[in-house]
Ligand binder design. Structure first.
Ligand code: HEM
Length: 235
């Protein structure tokens, strides 16, 4: 119950914050503030944006964008590692969250088998992506836009402080948080699958796995916003 409500609120809150930031990008500098008018405009925009995903062509366009981002950001065949990570992650997060939210018995049967199989692919591709990309997100590296990466993105507008903060901070935070949560996801599964721990420890690993999944999803959402989708683009 606590997990269901907590994870739902966190995911929705970050989703609203990130989409609100995207909406503000379309406004003039002096209109970029939290006001009733901005919120009204935002919900209208959000409705239209959500509705556009009812069309298959919109999904097609988003997928094309994602594929070409991968091709621009990874050299030759290494892009397949990124696609493997993205595909396995998509299944892991959707299956995990769906069963945790809607099925009281939790993950079981074929979806669980596929979850564990995709987990293996996820673990291997995450390690490879770490080797390929980590240096871009190290301190003083410059982030996306440096070292031949696609383009230099403008700074990230922070509503609370009412000023722009360097986008690389958010890129690095999302990347390292995603990697760290990935480690906890892998370790917690190993802990609960290996026969070395007693029942209370298994419960602890199960909860660690679930909460690491939420942190990982939040990091992935932030990464999508600050690294992958172009700043001026609605998504
Ligand atoms: C690292 C590779 C992964 C492996 C090997 C793995 C494996 C597992 C296993 C075996 C379970 C069932 C636990 C149990 O019932 O005791 C589980 C549950 C779960 N997994 Fe994963 N997982 C992995 C990655 C992920 C990722 C990346 C996410 C989401 C971002 C995720 C989300 C979840 C969630 C939310 C549950 C709980 C579902 C429920 O309440 O029944 N997992 N995972």
């Amino acid at each position: 119950m606590l997990f269901g409500i907590g994870s739902f609120l966190l995911i929705v809150a970050l989703g609203l914050r990130l989409t609100f930031g995207r909406y503000l990008n379309h406004l003039k500098e002096d209109q970029k503030k939290l006001s009733a008018e901005a919120l009204k405009g935002y919900f209208n925009w959000l409705g239209g944006w959500g509705k556009s995903y009812l069309k298959l062509s919109r999904w097609d366009k988003s997928l094309d964008y994602f594929i070409s981002w991968g091709q621009k950001s990874y050299r030759s065949w290494t892009v397949w590692i990124f696609y493997a990570l993205a595909l396995s992650y998509l299944y892991l997060s959707l299956s995990g969250i769906f069963f945790a939210w809607f099925i009281s018995r939790g993950l079981f049967g074929f979806p669980l088998l596929l979850h564990v199989a995709c987990g293996g692919l996820f673990a291997v591709s995450l390690m490879a992506v770490l080797f390929l990309r980590a240096r871009i997100y190290l301190p003083l590296s410059g982030g996306e836009g440096s070292k031949g990466a696609p383009e230099v993105a403008p700074d990230f507008y922070c509503l609370a402080l009412n000023r722009y903060l360097p986008r690389i901070y958010f890129q690095a935070a999302s990347f390292w948080l995603f990697v760290l949560a990935g480690f906890f996801l892998i370790l917690s599964t190993l802990g609960s699958m290996l026969p070395y721990f007693n029942f209370p420890a298994q419960i602890l690993f199960f909860n660690l796995h679930r909460w690491s999944a939420v942190i990982s999803i939040l990091a992935a959402m932030l990464a999508l916003d600050v690294i992958i989708v172009k700043p001026g683009q609605a998504g």
